[in-house]
Design a protein around this ligand. Sequence first.
Ligand code: G6P
Ligand code: MG
Length: 216
Amino acid sequence: MAKIKGIIFDLDGVITDTAEYHYLGWQKLADEEGLEFDRKFNEKFRGVSRMKCLDMLLEENNRKVTAKEREELAERKNNYYQKYLENITKDNLLEGIEKILNTVKNNGYKMAIASASKNTEIVVKKLNIREMFDTISDGYSVKNTKPAPDLFLHTAEKLNLKPEECVVFEDAKAGIDAALAANMTAVGIGPEERVGHAHFRFDSVKDIELEKILSE
Ligand code: G6P
Ligand code: MG
């Protein structure tokens, strides 16, 4: 195994609890539109781009829309989501992540965020953690979204590292698939059925044992 030199963090569900706000945004939209939607279905949206999520929601409900309506629906969901973002602060960092970020930094690893979200810069600024990272990749960085490896490969390139020198922290099935496809070490945060295919898995961020991952 190559020596690990960089750590790539997903944002929603790994650094902060915005996964819940995404859910609330979709639920509000679905309710207004009379579309079936619940927390269970929302699980499929983790790590998946906004437009892909919308398409999944519409398809599940057999709802056909025009291209214009599709844009409007996605924009409406995003407006709801951004309304929730107004109130976030450093308090919205997930329990235990600050310690991990500091340890990684103090041990000289390169650090990046790689998220499918087009709201990444807004969230990172609100959390006041921008200066910790060498680079940030987001929903604008590559065309092919997770589970394609593109976002992580693009991030490794920006860090000037080989894929096998990178560890990825992810809470999404699509994110673990992407990290594995990129030939990186994958660390899953969440239940077995969601991220059990990662190299390492922890129930939540506060359970992460960094020494275990980085000692290899
Ligand atoms: C993250 C979240 C997804 C979300 C995606 C796009 O990956 O886990 O649930 O759909 O970002 O977010 P955006 O902010 O661009 O709508
Ligand atoms: Mg996530």
